[in-house]
Ligand binder design. Structure first.
Ligand SMILES: [Zn+2]
Length: 202
């Protein structure tokens, strides 16, 4: 098989979240999908520009090499550095834009947006009503980069308490995601194998 057609999923930064006095502290997991198209999923806060650029440099990429920015939803710790990617198509939740142009695409019908045959953006509402996830097929397996559909690998008992717009929908999309993919990159923690959650549910 032609290696040049392959995608690789590289987690640039592991997100986290914790409660602090009078609030909470958090940042999202930021993922690079490297291949025929270069795609960033979730760009952290507006204070993370320098370290995001440095992390891309370590991968041999400049901001202008990024073809797509996908933000799993519109919260400020997932969209903060979108401005760095001036050559990219931006997909923020259900909204697809480039420069001042907004494209018609109706995620609310459930249909996927194909970046190409191996990468697609699918609607996974619940955490917000416009959440999306990215599904990537690679020669190491399939990956779901899900944003806050999964907070982290140990969220089974708490995810519904974390500011959820529609818990029923989120539960449905979580279960579907666990069936689709081998690996999950959650919104605020390191990547894990989907079967980790299946094993816990037994
Ligand atoms: Zn989040």
């Amino acid at each position: 098989m032609d290696q040049n057609n392959q995608y690789e999923v590289v987690v640039l930064f592991n997100g986290y979240s914790c409660n602090t006095e009078g609030g909470s502290q958090s940042n999202c997991t930021c993922t690079l999908i490297k291949g025929p198209k270069n795609i960033i999923v979730d760009t952290m806060t507006a204070w993370d520009g320098n370290r995001l650029q440095n992390a891309l440099e370590e991968q041999g990429l400049k901001c202008s090499d990024i073809d797509y920015v996908v933000c799993t939803h519109g919260h400020s710790d997932h969209i903060g550095c979108n401005y760095l990617f001036q050559c990219a198509m931006h997909i923020v939740g259900f909204c697809i834009s480039k420069n001042h142009y907004y494209f018609d695409f109706d995620f609310s019908t459930g249909k996927p947006y194909f970046i190409d045959q191996k990468v697609r953006v699918i609607p996974t509402p619940g955490h917000t009503m416009q959440d999306v996830s990215v599904i990537v097929s690679t020669n190491k397996g399939s990956y779901g980069i899900t944003g806050d559909l999964f907070e982290n690998k140990d969220d089974e008992d708490i995810w519904h308490t974390l500011g959820v717009d529609n818990a029923e929908l989120q539960a449905k999309h979580r279960n579907e995601m666990l069936k689709y993919v081998d690996f999950i990159v959650p919104g605020h923690g390191p990547m894990f194998e989907a079967r980790y959650i299946w094993d816990k549910r037994k």
